[in-house]
Ligand binder design. Sequence first.
Ligand code: SAM
Length: 278
Amino acid sequence: MIDNLPPLRDVIARHDLRARKSLGQNFLLDLNLTARIARAAGDLAGADVLEVGPGPGGLTRGLLAEGARRVLAIEKDPRCLPALAEIGAAYPGRLQVIEGDALEVDALAHLTPPIKVVANLPYNVGTELLVRWLTPAQWPPFWDSLTLMFQREVAERIVAKPGGKAYGRLALLAQWRCDARIVLTLPPEAFTPAPKVSSAVVHLTRLPGPRFPADAKMLERVVAAAFNQRRKMLRASLRGLDPEIGARLERLGIAPTARAEEIGLEAFCALARDLKEG
Ligand code: SAM
């Protein structure tokens, strides 16, 4: 047992927290598992943790038991608040819960660095939140690391290397300025209710700066154009960025007949730099 609070099954029954699909609710009830996810975030002592979607609080309890200095939890479903208040009472002064939509709440105003983000994300907003965290106005971002549960297929897109279907915008965005790896894979039965697919936890740590220099906006434009038409050759998919793109690619040593998924991060950055120069 990681704390003296009641088992999550009892909490859910007592507060009548029947899972709602519209809120992406698939709960983790095994506190050994939530403690493992909390440990995957590294040493939490001395760090503030931002958790999106605490639900009945299984992961929240893992984070607090593993020594997080403070947890700021943002939850959209008001039904979960009484259960979360009980956790707050067991860890005085260490849990703050904000009722609201994580896409709208200004979490930063309530956090003190160093900050780690740890969450079992609702599938419907998970990718959008990740993209926001990866594309702040300035680098380094507010967070030191992101430890996030996704559907396994999304997790694989984040850590993918060139040459396969999983490789694309998410991989490039993530790996440009972070180390990213899958630290845990979970079968559907680990959740209540069980979703249709497996899940995986990705751990991303920020690098001090990009692996290869490039203007962030231009890199995003190039990557979006290349992968929006991923079956096409680059000379066709990137024509909108430069009518003479074929010659430009050749000058940079990139085959104009190659497809986006064959092109590594370094070459995309070189192309973004070249386009930025005009
Ligand atoms: N952390 C809990 C766990 O591991 O058992 C619950 C995870 S469940 C996959 C996702 C949680 O995110 C749900 O509690 C849901 O109500 C909440 N949620 C959904 N959309 C949200 C949003 N836009 N902002 C904040 N929380 C949201």
